[in-house]
Structure formats: structure tokens, C-alpha cells
Design a protein around this ligand. Structure first.
Ligand code: DGY
Length: 322
């Protein structure tokens, strides 16, 4: 019997792929740092029973229509806004993601970004390397305190709660906004629910961790930034398109908020001449929330295991649309 074909959209380590290769013929895009062109993905889908894409690969109607033999799309990421899930479901294709394994790592990065933005770490490091340090001076590169301030978390899923836990260690007051109330976060972490507008008005740090959906696209618009304190620091570690970037730029330039830390952008990779990157009070990172060796391996392993389970006729471990 011929083995089913699986296409992996980036070069992943041999030892991660080996168990998959035992049950399937595996085709792999040979580059680690270059995304697979969409037309190649469509061609590969034609013969595939399973796809293992990255969060940056659009799995749209074209790919799904080409993949008439597709059983499962196992995304390497917790977010799956790159996949047309309703279209996949209609075609009977399972969609899986990689929750839990990246929660703490992404919360660490989110908090690091918050600290870096508040304490101007990137600016300070560049200042030093450029030979600009002439003397210790009272307000040299002074930033904002983090401890004992109020953090407002928008999107209180697992990562939001892990960020809240870290914030508690900094003696912060934790507010949150979520589609549904999170009693466990209220009890265990002392997080306090606020309607969106109240959270914006009361928080010193507004942290976006909500998934990108039709409802959350451009949730952070000019109006939202206007409702924040002028001293507020905005952090986005979710998806770029949850933010209207033009509105964020205008809010920063107009002094309506103080600074922003961004790990994600509407269009990735973001262009080096993007206006937001020109602002000294923006700390920008290339979507590295879950990027540690341990966590990236755990993510690829879970994506792989989802495919093996489906190919062996078992239920996937972490389905999105079952
Ligand atoms: C995810 O898993 O959705 C992250 O954004 C990828 O690091």
C-alpha cells in the first residue's frame, strides 16, 4: 500500500520528522528562512493527505480546493487565522493548532517586551553602542515604572493568564477584557474584569493578546487609542491586524499614548521603512513570541503528532474544528 503524502512548509529537523516519515511520504520545502510560494503550496496540496504549515502560510480556498485528498492541516502555532477554518470544515478537513506548549514562552516574551518598552532598553543599548554616553545624568533615558502599575489584558486566554501571573509578581493591578468572563483568572490571579473602554481608560499598560477574528480586526483603532491615558504603553503580541497601524502611528505622533511594543504586524515581514519603525518610542520585534529552541521543538512535535494521529485513524490531539 502506498503511504499518504504529507507536505511540511519549512525545513524542520530530521529527528522531528522521522516518526512522520515512518507512516507517510514526507515532502518538505527545503528552506528554513524562505516561505514556500503560494503556487507551490497549491501544487503540493493536490497530492497531500496532510499539510504542516507555519502561521505565515495562508491555507485558503485555493489550497483547500486543490487538496481534494486532504484530511488534516496541522498548523505550527496556536493562532490559526492563516487558515480558512470554515472552508476546511465544509470540506471535512480537520484543522489543528499547538496550544499550551507555547503559553509560558510567549508570556515571557510579552512581559519582556513590556519591560523593554517601559524602560527604553533598545534605545538605551543603541545609545551606548553609538558612543553617546557622556555622563550619568538624572533623567538620562528615564522610562516608566512597571511595578505597582495597572496592566489591562485584552484577551484572557492561556497566554493572557500567564502574563497576568507575571504581572502579579511585579505587584501590578490586573484588569482584563475578554469575550466571556474568566472566573478562574479572577479567583486565582485576582484579575478584575472591565468593559473594553473602561480597561483602556484605567490601564497604564494595555496588552493585546486576543486572537485575530472578524470581530477583533482593527479593534485597536484611533478611538481606542484616544481612550487610553497619554502615559499608556501599548503592547501587541497577538496579531498585527488586531491593530489599525495607521491609527497607532497617529496616536504615538500626537502624544495620545506614550509608547508601543510590537511583536506582530499587519503585513509580515514588516518593511524596514514602515512609519512605526521610525519612532524612538516603538520597540519592534520580528514575531518571536514563541521563539525558543525548546518551545519551537515542542510546537513542531505537536503539529507532527496531530498528523500522525489522523493518518492512523485516531482523533487529533489538539483540533480546532472537530
Ligand atoms: C502562534 O503560535 O500563533 C504564534 O504567533 C507563533 O509564534
Amino acid at each position: 500500500m502506498t503511504k499518504p503524502y504529507v507536505f511540511v512548509t519549512r525545513k524542520l529537523p530530521e529527528e522531528v520528522i522521522a516518526p512522520l516519515a515512518a507512516v507517510a511520504e514526507v515532502g518538505m520545502w527545503p528552506h528554513e528562512d524562505v516561505a514556500v510560494p503560494h503556487e507551490v503550496l497549491v501544487e503540493e496540496a493536490k497530492k497531500a493527505a496532510a499539510l504542516l504549515p507555519m502561521v505565515s502560510d495562508p491555507i485558503d480556498e485555493d489550497v483547500l480546493a486543490a487538496g481534494s485528498g486532504l484530511k488534516v492541516v496541522a498548523n505550527m502555532g496556536v493562532g490559526y487565522d492563516n487558515i480558512d477554518v470554515p472552508a476546511a470544515t465544509k470540506r471535512g478537513v480537520l484543522v489543528c493548532n499547538t496550544p499550551d506548549v507555547l503559553t509560558d514562552t510567549t508570556a515571557d516574551l510579552t512581559f519582556a517586551l513590556l519591560l523593554a518598552t517601559a524602560r527604553r532598553l533598545v534605545e538605551a543599548a543603541e545609545f551606548l553602542k553609538e558612543g553617546k554616553w557622556k555622563s550619568w545624568s538624572p533623567f538620562l533615558l528615564a522610562g516608566a515604572d512597571v511595578h505597582h502599575k495597572t496592566i489591562g489584558i485584552v484577551g484572557m486566554g492561556n497566554i493572557g493568564q500567564a502574563v497576568a501571573k507575571r504581572a502579579k509578581g511585579f505587584d501590578m493591578d490586573v484588569l482584563y477584557y475578554n469575550r466571556s468572563r474568566r472566573p478562574e483568572a479572577e479567583e486565582k490571579l485576582g484579575a478584575v474584569y472591565r468593559p473594553f473602554a473602561d480597561l483602556l481608560a484605567e490601564s497604564d499598560f494595555v496588552v493585546c493578546l486576543t486572537p485575530l477574528t472578524r470581530e477583533t480586526r482593527h479593534l485597536f483603532n484611533r478611538e481606542a487609542f484616544r481612550q487610553m491615558k497619554t502615559s499608556a504603553i501599548f503592547i501587541n503580541a497577538a496579531r498585527g491586524a488586531v491593530v489599525d497601524e495607521q491609527a497607532l502611528y497617529e496616536a504615538l505622533v500626537a502624544g495620545e499614548i506614550a509608547a508601543a511594543g510590537l511583536d506582530v504586524f499587519e503585513k509580515e515581514p514588516v518593511a524596514a521603512d514602515h512609519p512605526l519603525l521610525s519612532l524612538p518610542n516603538v520597540v519592534a520585534l520580528p514575531h518571536i513570541g514563541s521563539a525558543t529552541y525548546e518551545t519551537r521543538r515542542a510546537m513542531m512535535t505537536l503539529a507532527r503528532d496531530n498528523i500522525i494521529a489522523v493518518l492512523e485513524g485516531r482523533s487529533p490531539l489538539t483540533p480546532v474544528n472537530e
